[in-house]
Design a binder for this molecule. Sequence first.
Ligand SMILES: C[S@@+](CC[C@H](N)C(=O)[O-])C[C@H]1O[C@@H](n2cnc3c(N)ncnc32)[C@H](O)[C@@H]1O
Length: 342
Amino acid sequence: MKLQPGELLLTTREGSEADLVSELPGARVLGPALVAAPSDASATATPSRLVFARQGFPVHAVVAAEPTAIATALAEAVKAAVAGAATAWTLQAWVADAEAANQLAGDLRRLAAAALQAAETTSPRFRLRHVDSAEQAHTMDGALAQLCMLSRTEVAVGATRTRDALSLIPGGRARQKAEAAAPSRAAMKLEEAFEWLGRGPEPGDLCVDLGAAPGGWCHVVLKRRARVIAVDPAQLSPTMKGKKGLSHVCASAFDYAPSEPVDWLLCDMAWRPLEVAQLLAKWAKRNWARQLVANIKLPMTKKLEILTRVRETLTEGGWQDVRARQLYHDRDEITLSAWRTA
Ligand SMILES: C[S@@+](CC[C@H](N)C(=O)[O-])C[C@H]1O[C@@H](n2cnc3c(N)ncnc32)[C@H](O)[C@@H]1O
């Protein structure tokens, strides 16, 4: 069935479509990295709480890939989203993150620019309130209009308030810069996690990093001028040797206990998710850490079932507000965050 106005259009990592469908009653796979869900599906699953959605929007219209048709649909969609408020809006255009769709990205960029120009003549007052970035629109409690190119000939158009958007990044592709000095690409996962949370360790904070080798996450934490105890039976990269604020406990995380409570518990252990969850729950029960960021490996097909049990274990342990998201840099894994009061 083709995408219909009123449905929710969502994008995910290619290969995770079935995981996203399992989160939303009545949802279906539209194509690689794209899922459609009935509008009432969001009543049972709040879009911002979806684990496997990178970005999405309620579809206002599916129109021809032609600037005037897009400009008209944009004006209608934004007007409906802001419900009469005279606020700013911005436009993001994206394609699904899959090989064939990625080839349409250039066409879409040109089309989006032409549609913005067309809006100048079709609805000049509406065009006047356009701002260049989602962050700018967000500071004015504005709207995020989105275009998703479904094929060479069809574009889905929609808009929401920025506060209801899943992400303020086009297509939710929160790509981090690979740093030559970081000992592993895993560093990008933690950078993205802190960006997602809008916070991270402060200078002087004490962190424990379980499963730390070769040291990418430690590198990120040290850059923030926090201190870190790396716990891993494997060796850290030689480039991490002697770094100020870093110590290495060469042991299994299951045998380790901190000598004092810490500010952040970080965990990227390559280990079975339910056993990792029990370990993280133990940290909460014993008041060993206040904040948690953990990357949980989910190589199995039914990821959501295991993830539900992981979340339950953490909550029973005393972690609060357990949030989970498959971030852009996550593969067969998801990132969890939680906190607890001392
Ligand atoms: C994906 S790597 C971590 C990468 C690291 N976060 C970085 O940024 O470089 C997974 C790590 O988990 C460690 N690991 C597996 N079992 C562990 C255990 N029981 N205790 C501590 N670390 C463990 C492995 O030795 C490996 O270094």
